[in-house]
Design a protein around this ligand. Structure first.
Ligand SMILES: NC(=O)c1ccc[n+]([C@@H]2O[C@H](COP(=O)([O-])OP(=O)(O)OC[C@H]3O[C@@H](n4cnc5c(N)ncnc54)[C@H](OP(=O)(O)O)[C@@H]3O)[C@@H](O)[C@H]2O)c1
Length: 262
């Protein structure tokens, strides 16, 4: 299937590891020009270099915190300066800590709102004018299965990420006339460092082994295994492609069937 993505400019936020990195790499495999960011410059640079060599595409990187609106503005401007535009923007940030409601401080709430909601606002504000000018664009948010089904001890994610869904639907409604498609992708339990951190947190509070939690998450999905970041990335790339040109305002879960609803 020709995805029609060759030479498109794909910006993937928070992409030095895990789902963001797999997504950046999947766009590179489709011959996109790729822009990546994360806070840690070293990991970012090393992965960008690997992607450049492997896929023979241009990769632009900058190290900054996606909760800094000014830094997001400068990054998008620099990407547009280097590549001429931004065609695809995938928003992402690290997940909030695993906590119950009374254990979460007001600072935890503010951080989760900044990272997991406002960073998407910052990117959308900057990329939409570029997409409007060319009457083509894709904004894809990375959130979580928690947008459909709350996960125990992840109250910060359960609450804050639903705001992203409201934003996605609103942007899809407002900018569909400009050829901009806006969708949300929610991972289920996928084998990344984030998942190891969650297993560690559960292990620390329960005294059970980390592996027990990983096994239980795998067992909870009808496919009886954790997701591979590449499976998640392939879904994002498909949504960004010409093959998904009549899909907007949707949440797609990549969760091995774990969501229990209809
Ligand atoms: N993996 C799963 O099973 C799963 C399931 C549901 C939802 N999710 C959500 O999906 C998102 C990605 O998950 P993941 O598993 O790929 O996480 P991960 O392995 O922890 O990777 C997070 C990436 O984001 C970067 N990052 C974190 N905070 C940032 C910030 N403030 N500014 C810029 N970059 C930042 C990190 O690099 P630096 O540290 O260098 O900045 C890293 O590259 C998270 O929000 C996570 O909660 C994951």
């Amino acid at each position: 299937m020709d995805l029609g993505l060759r030479n498109r400019v794909a910006l993937v936020a928070a992409s030095s590891q895990g789902l963001g990195l797999a997504t950046a790499e999947a766009f590179a495999a489709e011959s996109c020009r790729v822009a990546m960011c994360a806070r840690n410059q070293q990991a970012l640079a090393a992965n960008a270099e690997r992607i450049r060599k492997q896929h023979k595409v241009e990769v632009f990187t900058d190290a900054f915190d996606v909760t800094d609106a000014g830094a997001v503005q400068r990054f998008v401007a620099a990407v547009a300066q280097k590549f001429g535009t931004v065609d695809i923007c995938v928003t992402n940030a690290g997940g909030p800590p695993a906590k119950g409601f009374l254990a979460a401080s007001l600072e935890d709430w503010q951080k989760a709102i900044n990272a997991n909601f406002l960073s998407t606002v910052y990117f959308a504000r900057e990329v939409i004018p570029h997409m409007q000018r060319q009457h083509w664009g894709r904004i894809i948010t990375i959130t979580s299965i928690t947008t459909k089904q709350p996960v125990t001890d992840l109250v910060l994610s359960n609450a804050v990420r639903t705001a992203v869904v409201g934003l996605v639907k609103s942007l899809a409604n407002e900018f569909g006339k400009d050829g901009i498609l806006v969708n949300n992708v929610g991972p289920g339990f996928t084998a990344t460092d984030r998942l190891k951190e969650l297993a560690k947190a559960r292990s620390a509070s329960s005294g059970k082994a980390e592996q027990e939690f990983l096994d239980a998450w795998a067992a909870d999905a009808p496919l009886k295994r954790l997701g591979d970041p590449k499976e998640f990335a392939d879904t994002v790339v498909w949504l960004a492609s010409e093959r998904a040109s009549y899909v907007t305002g949707q949440t797609v879960l990549v969760d091995g069937g774990m969501y229990k609803g209809l």
